[in-house]
Write a new protein. Structure first.
Lengths: 363, 580
């Protein structure tokens, strides 16, 4: 008797616990209640149930966004923060049974790549009418909700130590004095970094060989490729490197957070920009709510949240507030950025970068 | 949604009710067969299936292209070499450091043993990137100690930094293994040698060391596979030192190239598994029996300064570094930007505790608590089957049990995503519904528990095997000839004998579950957030303050568990169950 009881015990305890505790785990609410900003109960977005967002901007922005949408719509909003390349990969991994409803943020090229891979579906939000044509796809594959401009985020102290001025051009980044003093993310995982790669393509007249020649030279000065696009700004802030190549709004955010020695500069040859987009995941579990969410992201209600959490991307809705901390687009030379072409070449270029540039030895 | 799972799993709940399993008519063979079947099935589901699925993908045309180019392409060859170099360096250094700490703890006479023990356990209770971020803050290019204090320009990014951080992160594995073994060595052997006129040094090299060979080899194996599979540290401070794990991770997360990731991991499997096989072959010939069941005295502690001073000195340096790292983590959580702006702030803790952090904290702890007893007991059970029961198949079971650890976490994670994101269908029948991913039952929590178990049972298994190999088989045989069946023997004879190993298995299982990252990043879901992946997000984004706060909280949780477990293990009621 004791024999059978003991074996039952051994089996029952873990199995029972699994069932019981795992059941508890799912019942526990995915709460998100921090600072929520203004909201206007525009009736159309009200709904029930939930919406699950793959969120690529900074964590604070994702939290504030989720809380605000939950408050405005009554739809429970949960998110996972991922870099945009990672987010698309994640959608691909769960293609047969999607877990996300919305891909939120990240350069539109990533959305184009995801659309071409059959991971997102077109949705033309009625609210997209407000958004200028240059900030949305005409077929509704993606719609822009913010704009960010690529810049150099430099640590003044480290620049002085290295004996250089803040870089004013892409060529400046190749200065041998900046050896292992530059940080940029990996273009495979980071939309930011891919924007930089595509910018080089544009500046080199779409000549792949020339572009990779530049990237190979830059590699000699790069300390480390981070996973997420904004990390190099933090590395510069801590003085681990002198220059981080990031979206300038992230540099402004870090300055506000206490990295006083950071300064933002822009390349004279011209710089790339992202149209931070939203799109609907194909076959997501909450299709209706996904559309409501997208409608909402195009309103000033959503686009005014950024500055409250230190995110100073430029809103795409002309009615949303522009603050002094945002980049003045007319003061900077921008390259002609064709996100459809960029999206189509993304896989090939990042694979090439991954094979030829990133693992290459440094002299 | 939970209905689909609960009836099946809830049936055996309630340990006090009679077993719902069919009665076994007779004989230990049937008990044994049942045990082996159950264990094998569990292992198949938690490691076999995901691996088969990912291997299928890796060996598909697309994956094979990468695998074959691996050997011809000089860049890939360098990545492979980097990986092996890192693994060997960390394994050697980590085992050495672990041995020094364990030897000091068990054999030397000094004050403050408990404290040294706690310090040596610290790294095990926190995610490895806590050490990495602290190391960057302290010893980085603009580090507080290296640069601001000493004016040095150390480049911590790359091999040097990785070896330093990984050694400091992983030596407790070897410390725990070797400490358990040192404690179970029969001191009468030392006394005998001493009576025969051997010096302390002679005793150490010709008695103690040979007996520790299985433990040392086990530590080496664990450290090697852990360090080559480690993902967090190469991501944080790899610099241009690319290793296979980070390469595979990039392929998957960045290029959504599952086949590529699987292919790189396949290459990562080669060194991992060959070390495992070498270790097995080598250790099996160096077996030493020392627990005989006969009464033994307690060891005489060493006071001779020739041994004490160098060993204690080394132990203190290591302990000092560990304390420094964790002091950084704790202090760093309360200042704005450690080393840049040292104003006091609670904002990091607010960030972590006010929203997602508290959610992740609760979920992670809960799931780890579920996984720990399963992993601990399963590990011991496998160890016992491997050492004492199975004959021809023991190697296979040992091998499969270890896969959860010897296979890089990245592979396990992707394997889970491929295998369990959809319902499992075999032979036209659905065996169980989707368990991984946001759309799965229980919000994907079940897959996470399974990963926790798969990842953490090998350490218990290794500790169990190392301990059991020192136990004279005559003890088992005595139990059998007195009429006990296999299971009773395991529960009443074996388990109590390897209690230190079980304790280390449980401790490690919980700590491991709480701190595992690489498989988890692929299967966390919006509903089930796991602390480590939240920490990685913070570290990667460079918000070290938030990461420090997360780490400190995680350390507190794991330490509390270990404290409670140690108390419980001392409690008479638990001893009673096992000793009765």
């Amino acid at each position: 008797m004791s024999r059978s009881r003991s074996s039952a015990f051994l089996l029952a305890v873990p199995l029972g616990l699994t069932a019981l505790l795992a059941a508890c785990a799912v019942e526990e609410p995915t709460s998100s209640d921090p600072q929520s900003s203004s909201s206007s109960g525009s009736g159309s977005i009200k709904g029930t149930g939930e919406v699950v967002v793959a969120c690529t901007p900074q964590e604070e922005q994702c939290q504030a966004m989720a809380a605000a949408f939950t408050k405005a719509s009554g739809i429970k909003t949960s998110f996972v923060r991922m870099s945009s390349g990672e987010g698309v990969a994640r959608l691909d991994a769960a293609k047969s049974k999607p877990e996300f409803d919305v891909l939120y943020g990240g350069p539109s090229d990533g959305h184009v790549a995801a659309f071409n891979a059959g991971l997102i579906e077109a949705y033309s939000s009625p609210n997209a009418a407000k958004i200028p044509d240059k900030y949305k796809d005409k077929d509704g594959k993606w719609t822009g909700t913010y704009v960010g401009v690529l810049g150099f985020c430099s640590n003044k102290d480290q620049l002085t130590k290295a004996g250089v001025e803040a870089p004013k051009s892409w060529a400046d980044l190749l200065d041998p004095k900046l050896k292992k003093q530059v940080a940029i993310a990996h273009p495979s995982t980071s939309g930011t970094s891919y924007t930089a790669v595509w910018t080089e393509m544009v500046l080199n007249g779409m000549d792949e060989a020339k572009t990779f020649d530049y990237l190979g030279k830059l590699h000699q000065n790069v300390l480390q490729y981070s996973k997420s696009g904004s990390a190099p700004g933090q590395m510069a802030g801590r003085g681990e490197v002198a220059v981080g190549v990031i979206f300038s709004h992230d540099c402004v955010k870090y300055q506000k957070e206490g990295f006083d020695m950071l300064e933002t500069t822009f390349p004279s040859e011209g710089t790339g920009y992202e149209i931070g987009a939203v799109s609907v995941v194909k076959g997501g579990p909450n299709a209706e709510n996904a559309k409501k969410f997208i409608d909402w992201t195009l309103t000033p209600d959503h686009q005014n949240i950024g500055p409250t959490v230190g995110s100073f991307q430029i809103p795409t809705n002309p009615d949303a507030k522009i603050t002094d901390d945002m980049v003045k687009l007319d003061e900077i030379k921008l390259v002609e950025y064709d996100s459809i072409a960029a999206g189509e070449k993304k896989k090939a270029l990042t694979a090439k970068f991954d094979a030829e540039v990133a693992p290459a030895p440094k002299e | 949604m939970t209905d689909t799972l609960l009836p099946a799993a809830a049936a055996p709940v309630g340990a006090s009710t009679p077993s719902p399993r069919p009665r076994r008519r007779s004989g230990r063979d049937l008990t044994l067969v049942t045990l082996v079947t159950v264990v094998s099935l569990l292992l198949f589901v938690i490691v076999g299936l995901p691996l088969i699925r990912i291997l299928t993908v890796a060996l598909s045309a697309e994956g094979w292209e990468i695998v074959s180019s691996m050997l011809t392409n000089p860049v890939n060859r360098r990545i492979l070499w980097n990986t092996v170099q890192l693994g060997v360096l960390v394994a050697v250094l980590g085992t050495a450091v672990g041995f020094v700490m364990a030897y000091a703890q068990v054999r030397l006479k000094f004050r403050g043993k408990k404290l040294l023990h706690l310090i040596a356990l610290m790294p095990i209770v926190s995610p490895p990137f806590a050490v990495a971020t602290a190391a960057i803050t302290m010893f980085g290019r603009n580090g507080i100690i290296s640069n601001k204090l000493l004016g040095l320009d150390i480049d911590i990014y790359g091999l040097k930094g990785l070896v330093f951080v990984l050694t400091l992160s992983f030596f407790p594995v070897s410390y725990m293994n070797l400490k358990g073994m040192l404690e179970s060595l029969d001191p009468s052997l030392d006394e005998a040698a001493s009576n025969l006129g051997a010096s302390k040094l002679k005793i150490f090299t010709s008695v103690t060391l040979p007996m520790l060979v299985p433990g040392i080899a086990g530590s080496f194996l664990l450290l090697f596979v852990e360090s080559i599979a480690d993902l967090a540290n190469p991501l944080v401070l790899g610099g241009d030192y690319t290793v296979l794990a980070s390469r595979a991770y990039l392929a998957v997360t960045g290029e959504y190239n599952v086949a590529g990731g699987a292919a790189y991991s396949l290459v990562l499997l080669v060194p991992a598994l060959s070390v495992f096989l070498v270790q097995r072959y080598w250790v099996s010939r160096k077996n030493v029996v020392s627990v005989t069941g006969k009464p033994a005295g307690s060891p005489e502690l060493i006071t001779a300064p020739a041994l004490r001073i160098p060993i204690l000195g080394l132990a203190l340096v290591v302990a000092g570094l560990v304390v420094l790292m964790y002091a950084t983590v704790i202090f760093g959580g309360f200042v704005k930007i450690f080393g840049v702006n040292n104003d006091f702030t609670l904002s990091h803790y607010r960030f972590v505790l006010a929203g997602i952090g508290s959610d992740a904290m609760f979920t992670t702890t809960l799931l780890a608590l579920v996984a720990t007893p399963i992993a601990g007991l399963l590990g011991m059970l496998i160890a016992w089957l491997v050492v004492s029961k199975l004959k021809r198949t023991s190697g296979l079971m040992d091998f499969v049990g270890m896969l959860g650890l010897s296979v890089p976490g990245t592979v396990i994670g992707i394997g889970y995503a491929i295998a369990f994101n959809t319902p499992t269908i075999l032979g036209g029948r659905q065996w169980f519904p989707a368990v991984a991913g946001g759309s799965a039952i229980l919000g994907g929590a079940m897959a996470i528990v399974m990963v926790f178990v798969a990842r953490s049972l090998p350490s218990g298994q290794r500790a169990g095997i190392a301990a059991l190999q020192q136990i004279n088989p005559a003890i088992d045989e005595a139990s059998t000839s007195l009429g006990a069946n296999s299971f009773t023997t395991f529960r009443k004879v074996t388990l109590p004998l390897i209690r230190p190993a079980l304790l280390s298995g449980l401790t490690y299982a919980f700590a491991r579950s709480m701190t595992t990252l690489s498989p988890i990043v692929f299967i966390t879901t919006p509903q089930t957030k796991i602390m480590t992946s939240q920490i990685l997000a913070e570290v990667d984004a460079g918000r070290f303050g938030n990461a420090f706060a997360y780490c400190a909280i995680l350390i507190v949780i794991v330490l509390s568990f270990i404290g409670l477990l140690n108390l419980a293990m001392l409690h008479p009621s638990i001893r009673g169950i096992q000793r009765r």
